[in-house]
Each structure stands twice: as C-alpha cells, then as structure tokens.
Design a protein around this ligand. Structure first.
Ligand code: C2O
Ligand code: CU
Length: 477
C-alpha cells in the first residue's frame, strides 16, 4: 500500500483511534538485521558562506523495524527514522531550511539551545505540510549535547515516537574541548536511546488510548536499532571513547551503567561540562535529558540501559545495548583535571516563583492551567537579565521530567536536599518525583520578545500534549 493519506497528520482529524498503518501499509516480515553493529547517525554537512552555515533537513515518513522483523510506519529527518547529527560551533551563525513532508503540521525545536523564541521551534513556529521553515540564529551555547525534535501543539508525542529526533553537538574552542575525543563516529559517539510502545503489528503507540491496548511490547532502541535481544557492537580504534547519550523516550527513565559494575567517567550533563571528570556507577536520564561520559578501554565493555517506570510499561528491564571492543594501541593523555568553572548562583536576591505540576481529570496542568492551547496555558512573564529561583512542586503522584527552554538552570535543592556530584552541573531537563519538588535557579539573558514565547513543560511527551506546558515571555526591562 502507498503512503497517500497515511501521513502523520491524519491523527488530528481521525482522533485517537487512527492507526498509522490503516492505509493498507501491510507489515512485511523482513529478515532481522543480524549484523548487530551500532549505527551512527550521519553527520549533516552544511555549506558555509559569508559566516553562515546552512543545513537542509526534510521531515518525512518511512519505515523501520522498531520490533525486529516487523515493519513499522515511522518518520525521520532526511531518512526513515531519527535524523542526522548536526555540529554547531559556538559563535557561528546557522541557517536551517527545514521542509515538512509529513502530511501534518510540525515544528522543529532545538532542545536546550539558547536562541531567540521565534527560532526556538515551539508550538508558535508550526509550519504545514509542503512548507519550509528557515530559522537562523547565532550559536551562543558552549560545548554541549543538544537535540532537535517536533513540538507542535498536541502532536509532539506522536511525531517524536515515530522517529523524529536527532542530536546536535555544539563545539567550542575551550581547553576541555581540545583535550576530549571529538572525532565523530570514531571516538565521539552519539547514542540515542528510546523505549517505545508498539503492538505486534508494529503500530507505535503514543497516547493513553494506545497504551491501554492489549498485546503491547516495549521495544528498546539504540540509534534506531532494536536491542531487546541483540547487543550492538562497536569496534573502538581509539583507546578513549566519548559517548553522548540522549534519552529520547516518550516517558521512561533510562539509567546507563557498565555490565561489569565498573565506573563511567562523566564529563557533561544536559548543558555542558562538569567542573571535573566525575566517576559514577550510573547515569540516570529522564525523558529528554542528556549526559556525556568517556571510557578508557582496556578490555571490552558492555553498556546497559536500565529502563524503569514511566507509566507506559509494567515494570523495569535491563538491556545490554552496546559492547565496545578495543582495537587500539594509543595511550591517551590524562583527562584534564578541570573541564570548566561553574560559578554557583547565590540565590539570596533572586526572585522566587512556584511552578506547580498538577492533574485535572484526563488533563495535566501547570499552575492549574491546562496548556493544550496557547490561550489555555499559564504564562510566566519575566524580564531581560532577571535572576530567578523556581520551586517546581509536583502535586501529582506521577513522575515528571521538567524542561525549561531558553536558559540553563542550576539545581538548588532536590526534594529538600542540596545537590551533590554531577547534580552540580547545568541542566535543562530534570526529574521531579511524584509528590516531590526541585528548586532551580536561572538567569534570563540576551533575548526578549513581546510576541513569541518559550515553553516550560513536562518532557513525558504525553503529559506535554495533555497540557503540562506553560509559556514563558522574556520582556524588555
Ligand atoms: Cu525537548 Cu520543549 O522540548
Ligand atoms: Cu509529566
């Protein structure tokens, strides 16, 4: 069957019962890809002229074996599933020409980037099937791992779980960046993890109606390949490998660890370098979060993802997603003892706000408002250079993943405790446990707009679609 009329947009018209496979796109029993080799997303080549680097992306539908041997209807950027990695350089200007061929409205949001609200790809930047959106901005971020994904009102979960997600690497000229592995696909490796929900025909679910269906499985993917019972392999031609891990799941928490119980050397959180390389046994990533770590390989190391809770699966599971086998003879220098300086905010004079995460029947709320429409959202008004400390208070018994656009934040308190270790880094997405709270501090710089908004929301994608989203306006002083 052809794809005509089976675009991702049909859901808006047909409602929750619509199936992406209902257009006669029968499942094909494909031979399982038995190579077991890690797929590294392509690096997107840009063209540079007059100081502006231009990238071209096309959002399109395709197919992928989300469940091994079953073809699912999916979507990707420039391909069938996920998208190429973009590399941005601090201080450069980028221009993206993004064409929508999904058959539905979409946006492309640059998660974690410090860019003007008109370029941020939030719900106000929605563009239709057949249109091209061309945001342009200066890269103000320093070295870090970001990602891009759709963010249109009410369709974020559907579009992201079908494969619309890609990584962004921001490079800078810091000493730490010079000292760390940075050869893409060789010793600098992107890892996009997802725990999805799909039925036996491969139909990927994205809302409560779907999740309540029977016969669901919860496939775990690494860079788009199912790792439920396959461990992917990567041959390391360098002794030191840097991994950038993104949890692009709609809901679940992914905890990364070594199969042998050893340590990972974490170097970055969501928003860039830690002050120093930090030995950890686990890296816990809520939906939307990223981390970077390095491994100095002596022997093969298997990396595991422990998938927990969320609300779409019945339990937890441990997945051996990657075995890294060294075939290298180089001896890397010691890691720098200092990666960056993080000046902790003194919040004594910061303006205080409370952001309450709540629930109202089938809908999710922020400060009591159901943010399923721009008009229905709570709006936080602030001013350029404002310094604020927010208490994110979870009035539900559900887990949430709190995400703020525009500026990085520091954690001041996690459930009443002072943060330690890697929680002293910079974040844009952080766990708020059921009934718990976090206190975060941030400073609004560079960008004002009295018409366009940034967003703050839960990164459990269905919660976002069900209204756990508010608008943020940064105004001239
Ligand atoms: Cu990754 Cu507002 O989202
Ligand atoms: Cu939530």
């Amino acid at each position: 069957g052809g794809m005509a009329g089976v675009g991702l947009g049909a859901v808006g018209a047909a409602g929750a019962t619509f199936s992406l496979l209902s257009g006669g796109n029968a499942n094909k029993a494909a031979a399982a890809d038995a190579t077991g080799t890690l797929t590294v997303p392509d690096l997107l080549e840009g063209t540079t002229s007059d100081g502006t680097t231009t990238y071209t992306l096309t959002a399109k539908t395709g197919t992928n074996e989300v469940i091994s041997g079953v073809s699912s209807t999916t979507a990707g950027y420039n391909g069938s599933y996920l998208g190429p990695t973009m590399k941005w350089t601090t201080g450069d200007t980028v221009l993206l020409n993004i064409t929508n061929t999904l058959g539905a409205d979409t946006t492309v949001h640059f998660h974690g980037a410090h860019i003007p609200p008109k370029m941020d790809g939030g719900p106000q930047n929605s563009f239709a099937d057949g249109e091209t959106w061309s945001p342009t901005f200066e890269v103000k971020d320093e070295a870090k791992t970001l990602w891009y994904h759709p963010h249109a009102l009410g369709t974020t979960a559907e579009q992201v779980v079908h494969g619309l997600a890609g990584m962004i690497i921001v490079e800078d000229d810091s000493d730490a960046s010079a000292a760390l592995p940075s050869e893409y696909g060789v010793d600098d490796i992107p890892i996009i993890l997802q725990c999805l929900a799909a039925d036996s025909s491969g139909d990927i679910k994205y809302n409560v109606t779907g999740y309540l269906g029977s016969g669901l499985s919860y496939p775990v993917l690494c860079n788009g390949t199912n790792v439920d019972s396959t461990t992917l392999g990567f041959t390391a031609t360098k002794t030191r490998i840097r991994f950038r891990v993104l949890n692009a799941s709609p809901a679940d928490i992914m905890t990364i660890q070594r199969g042998d119980g050893g340590t990972l050397t974490q170097i970055a959180t969501d928003q860039g370098y830690l002050t120093e390389p930090t030995e950890v046994t686990t890296i816990r990533l809520v939906a939307g979060a990223r981390a970077e770590f390095v491994l100095d390989l002596a022997d093969a190391v298997t990396l595991q993802a422990v998938v927990t809770t969320g609300w779409i699966r019945g339990g937890s599971g441990t997945y051996d997603f990657l075995t890294v086998t060294p075939e290298a003879t180089d001896t890397p220098d010691d890691l720098p003892s200092t990666l960056t300086t993080i000046t902790r905010y003194d919040t004594a004079d910061f303006a205080a706000r409370t952001i309450t995460l709540g629930q109202s029947g089938q809908n999710m709320t922020i400060n009591g408002s159901v943010g399923t429409t721009m008009d229905g959202m709570a709006t936080i008004m602030t001013t350029l250079d404002a310094e604020e400390v927010w208490t994110i208070s979870n009035g539900t018994q559900l887990e949430h993943s709190f995400h703020l656009h525009d500026v990085p934040f520091q954690l001041i308190e996690i459930n009443g405790e002072e943060p330690t270790g890697v929680d002293l880094g910079w974040f844009d997405t952080f766990e708020v446990v059921g009934g718990g709270s976090i206190k975060i501090a941030m400073k609004f710089t560079d960008f004002t707009d009295d018409t366009y908004m940034y967003m703050l929301h839960c990164h459990l994608l269905q919660h976002e679609d069900e209204g756990m989203m508010a608008a943020l306006m940064v105004m001239d002083g």
